[in-house]
Design a protein around this ligand. Sequence first.
Ligand code: CP
Ligand code: NVA
Length: 303
Amino acid sequence: MKDFLSVSSCTADELLELLDLSDKLKKYYKKGNRDLCLVGKSLVMLFEKPSLRTRMSFQIAMAQLGGHPIYVKPEDIGGIGKREPIKDMARVLDRYANGIMARTFAHETVIELAKFAEIPVINALTDWSHPCQAMADIMTIREHFGKLAGIKIAYIGDGNNVARSLAYGCAKLGMKIVIASPKGYQLDKESIDGTNKIAAGTTTQINNPHDAVKGADVIYTDTWVSMGQEDEKTKRVADFQGFAVDSKLLSEAPKAKIMHCLPAYRGYEITEEAMESANSIVFDEAENRLHFQRALLKKLLSQ
Ligand code: CP
Ligand code: NVA
């Protein structure tokens, strides 16, 4: 395993190893211990989009492992693939750093970086996927339910990068996901078929959120307007009416845990009541970004 570009490109064993290491390091760090396995190592962090959780958790995880994170805004380097080709950037960074993480619009950008850099490349969100988020989510589910096998996630909303990574995580690790989206916003057929090919019956795509939450262990949602789609906001908000995670929907699955990758837009995809409900585990989920990524950095950069 050189890179971490998508959940779909990892084996179940690799994902489980990362989850187990995340749990182990979480306990170790909470006891006040430190594993300084990355002393003298640097991670270049390229961002084309804003971030709170991903940036902070990677920077802090890197520092906690004794390494050095370098945050790079697109304007600092004249844009990714604009001032110079991505393949040149990758080969230059390869000579300086020990790892690259990138949050980009095009998924092809992280693939190109990984192709031309011999050092590990980590996908910190692209338009196509958000694997670090999905793995922190799965870590959180395993903590709360004590298992993954047989867990049913009802994903309500946009069939986007987060939904895709979660669906592949479900396929690899024995969970099921029912995605309820308005027409035109469903997960692409290739991803649905891809997950069902890994494990038959993993992903079901429907239109009715009320049917989706029946028997669900987890109700998950994400923004209706992902980064880069701001111009479509008015149309999207209109098209997603009826797809909010609200008290009516929660009453149909009263035991289900509520998850959201954050940032949450209250009054749109989720209500204040759902966010603050006793069943909401959104901040455990946000915390686990740090624990998963600390394990990922140790695994990829210390080898
Ligand atoms: N969930 C997540 O990736 O948050 P940020 O966009 O703040 O990094
Ligand atoms: N789907 C969202 C996730 C944000 C963490 C986006 O891509 O903007």
